[in-house]
Design a protein around this ligand. Sequence first.
Ligand SMILES: [Zn+2]
Length: 153
Amino acid sequence: MSLNIRCDEGVMSLAIYNETLNNKLVEVANKTGANVKSVEWIIYEAEKKVDLFNCSTPIRVTRYGEEYGFMPLGTQQAWISTRAIREATLVSGHFSNLSCFKEKSDILADIIIDELVHVETQKDHGTKEYDELHDSYCRKFYGSVQTVQEAKT
Ligand SMILES: [Zn+2]
């Protein structure tokens, strides 16, 4: 699968970031049927968020926070931070100790799905379009409705 992945300025273009993101995108695409090819995936440093927030385009932030991922409204871009990718590669990151993330087994997939739904619907959390597509993808990826409900808290 040929995917559109690039690193933002200032990101050391480590092959591991590209490879980890690429592999997870393929997994999400295979399970959900989502068109991950139509999205431009950009890897950024979370520490640069101040610069990013100075741009005039409104953004939709992943529920994990802007240090993990966001998409500029009206674009086909999904920004995934190096932090999100790094934490996805940890066997037991600090997130596993937080009760709200206990049910989550796959932070990177969760962020990818969130961004995908924002790009496809151009809508924010809480809208009918966003919630329905998000639930659909989560159900297909995680294989249960229960996980979807817990993931929304
Ligand atoms: Zn979101």
